[in-house]
Design a protein around this ligand. Structure first.
Ligand SMILES: [Zn+2]
Length: 243
């Protein structure tokens, strides 16, 4: 028997369901035996498409090669070639655009981190699974070229679940995962790179995303928990890492 949510998996991973349905699906993931695997599979596909889109650009020699193979004994005047090459390029650009996965966010970094959060929810996989920050924090030592402090959560509604080592391009970062009620929160920490790219807080459809920069590090928080809960954890992180 197949789960009734199965046909919504593709919409879910692209964050294209209505916000309430998106949240219901997130909750459903923890109880369903079929959907988490389907979501993981779809995320892999999405990642592969994105990488293919990024790495593919046809060099001019390839255009020439294709042209020659199509017209082995051509006597066509040269101007025709000059028209054909840009047409090919335009066609390739149009195809790449159509293949590019749609996303609610315009910042590719934020979209990638929302994808990572969904993958973590679907797989339940964490590199280090521990509720004690004194175990999770040292786990990152030697794996990251920077350090940051974990906030004290003893008297808060949050519990620590664990952490992952994640990559944005070539740059390693931390994904620290917390839980509040039924919701998971991912806090991502990377080295801050340029002056731009501090989107503040926004709602990527059904996911709350907060971004802030502190002490040379770039933080992102992604969760399906509400804005108030997210804000609370942001404040705690900022407090822990203040000078
Ligand atoms: Zn299901």
């Amino acid at each position: 028997m197949s789960c009734q949510w199965r046909d919504k998996v593709a919409l879910y991973v692209d964050n294209e369901l209505e916000a309430p349905a998106q949240q219901q699906f997130t909750a459903h993931l923890s109880s369903c035996t079929e959907c988490p695997a389907a979501v993981r599979e779809q995320m892999e596909f999405k990642k592969a498409l994105r990488l293919a889109g990024r790495s593919f650009s046809a060099p001019p020699e390839l255009h020439a090669e294709i042209y020659r193979s199509l017209h082995p004994h051509t006597t066509t005047s040269p101007w025709w070639k000059w028209i054909l090459a840009p047409l090919c390029a335009m066609l390739l650009a149009a195809v790449s655009f159509l293949l590019w996965p749609k996303s609610g966010s315009t910042d590719p970094m934020v979209s990638g981190l929302v994808d990572q959060h969904i993958t973590m929810l679907a797989s339940g996989r964490l590199d280090v699974l521990n509720s004690d920050s004194h175990t999770v924090k040292p786990w990152y030592q030697g794996k990251l070229p920077f350090t940051f402090k974990f906030p004290e959560i003893k008297d808060s509604p949050f519990t620590l679940v664990g952490g992952n080592l994640v990559f944005a391009g070539q740059n390693p970062g931390a994904e620290v995962v917390y839980q509040i009620r039924q919701h998971k929160i991912s806090v991502f920490v990377f080295q801050a790179r340029d002056a731009a790219g501090n989107p503040g807080s926004n709602r990527d459809q059904s996911f709350t995303v907060n971004a802030w920069r502190q002490g040379g590090l770039q933080y992102y928080l992604v969760t399906d928990a509400n804005k108030e809960d997210a804000g609370k954890l942001v404040t705690m992180f900022q407090g822990a890492n203040g000078s």
